[in-house]
Write a protein that binds this ligand. Structure first.
Ligand SMILES: *Cc1c(COP(=O)(O)O)cnc(C)c1O
Length: 442
């Protein structure tokens, strides 16, 4: 598949870039306020490709050079039981995870698998360097699985707490590496370590929210919802840590509006965080352009208390042009914060009424939805899409296919912090990583 079916447009200055010339473009080259690039597809109408599988049925609106057979996708169904219980007549569930009875086959059990397929599909042919991805757990698991299936060299960098979440259901490919940051460290520390590693020869950065393939891959949840329901939902509800999925949902809504076949009104974003770490919710409440000030020590403690540890980015893409703040403004959105206890209760409700276990983050989203119905932000008859961003771990457990993975190297966060300056840290990381990367090639 040729990659000229899209260009990248800078949301700051409007410059258009061709991805096929350079490949894997993450940032605008001009000097201005930080701005996301957004994919601009040559096809304005969405054609669902029946010859493709899963998310690749939407390949016209994915920045990929190739698709893969047997890729999974989100599934959408109308919830009767849960909807009735929480007071919604038109509740649709976008389910991402493993739930064979519903034909949901994401074996790594979260919507990060969508981004893994899309990002790996964007890598130019002939690229031999390793893609470096930071993760709080779910992204890492998804990339380890899909990269192993496809034989793509990747380096996954996680904080120690995420290690138990690194398992896959296929043999680990020999060109894949796992880096763990131990000690007093969180997701953002892992992002910084990944940045250092990505700067090495033989490596390149996945880019997080700045990667159009990550966002558009996640955005297929909105496309599946619109196609299944027959219209853009009036409300879209999702748990957020970085907010990338929320940005992605908005971007796809804009494309659907331009298509014109799914209604002429955008839906409202309802984004939910897990208390006590609710940085974006707090920031949105202040109304100011930037993130609310954050005491790093306090934030680290709050993050340790989270039921949904993936929702823990201390530096989310909030104020950047096209980021979370902009999409909330444009969609007249709402932000929520829910307690661990509310999330657990919501998870039990879903399991009882719909019959599948949820990822903790999806429990947070459902608790936020319940809050929004209670406070009247979502009306009883309004068409609402709840993005269940992960679920079905118990179903995968029963298959007996889970293989837990071991790190190739463990960096000690306190040892890194003890170095005199950035360049000493870099030297240490690079020299150890050079050992770890030996033998990586495709
Ligand atoms: C990553 C993740 C989220 C949050 O996604 P954002 O990037 O913040 O939009 C929510 N749920 C699950 C299961 C996740 O893995």
């Amino acid at each position: 598949m040729h990659s000229s079916h899209y260009q990248l447009r800078c949301l700051g200055c409007g410059t258009l870039y061709s991805d096929s010339e350079i490949g894997f473009f993450l940032n605008c080259e001009h000097q201005h306020e930080p701005s996301l690039l957004r994919s601009s597809y040559s096809r304005r109408t969405l054609t669902v490709r029946s010859a493709e599988q899963g998310l690749f049925r939407f390949a016209d609106w994915l920045p990929v050079r190739r698709t893969s057979p047997n890729a999974p996708g989100p599934i959408v169904f109308r919830s009767l039981q849960l909807g009735a219980r929480i007071g919604l007549d038109n509740l649709f569930i976008i389910f991402n995870g493993y739930w064979p009875e519903r034909r949901a086959y994401m074996t790594t059990c979260s919507f990060k698998e969508l981004e893994a397929y899309s990002v790996l599909g964007r890598i130019p042919d002939g690229e031999s360097r390793s893609l470096v991805v930071a993760s709080a757990g779910n992204t890492g698991r998804a990339f380890l699985q899909v990269a192993s299936e496809q034989g793509v060299p990747v380096v996954v960098v996680v904080p120690e707490f995420a290690l138990p979440h690194l398992w896959i259901t296929v043999p680990l490919h020999p060109s894949v590496r796992i880096v763990v940051l131990s000690g007093n460290s969180d997701y953002y520390d892992a992002i910084k370590l990944a940045d250092l590693i990505a700067g090495m020869d033989g490596c390149f950065a996945e880019g997080g929210a700045r990667n159009i393939a990550r966002r558009d891959g996640m955005g297929t949840t909105m496309l599946e919802a619109a196609v299944s329901i027959g219209r853009i939902p009036q409300h879209y509800v999702q748990a957020v840590g970085s907010g990338t999925g929320g940005i992605a949902a908005w971007e796809m809504m804009e494309r659907l509006l331009a298509d014109g076949s799914y209604g002429d009104t955008p839906g409202r974003l309802h984004l939910v965080q897990n208390a006590p770490f609710s940085l974006m919710t707090d920031s949105w409440a202040t109304g100011s352009a930037g993130l609310a000030p954050l005491d790093e020590r306090v934030a680290r403690e709050q993050i340790r208390e989270l039921h949904a540890a993936v929702l823990s980015n201390r530096h989310p893409p909030y104020s950047i042009r096209g980021g979370v703040r902009d999409v909330l403004t444009q969609s007249d959105g709402r932000m929520y914060s829910v307690t661990n206890r509310d999330a657990l209760e919501a998870g039990r409700l879903f399991a009882d009424l719909e019959g599948c276990d949820l990822d903790p983050a999806a429990e947070v989203a459902l608790a936020g939805l319940i809050q929004s119905v209670r406070n009247g932000a979502i009306g009883h008859g309004e068409v609402t899409a709840l993005n269940v961003t992960g679920g079905g771990m118990n179903n995968i457990e029963r298959t007996g296919r889970k293989r837990y993975l071991k790190p190739d190297i463990i960096f000690d966060a306190d040892e890194l912090k003890g170095r005199r300056d950035e360049s000493e840290i870099r030297e240490l990381v690079e020299s150890r990583m050079r050992e770890v990367m030996k033998g990586v090639q495709i």
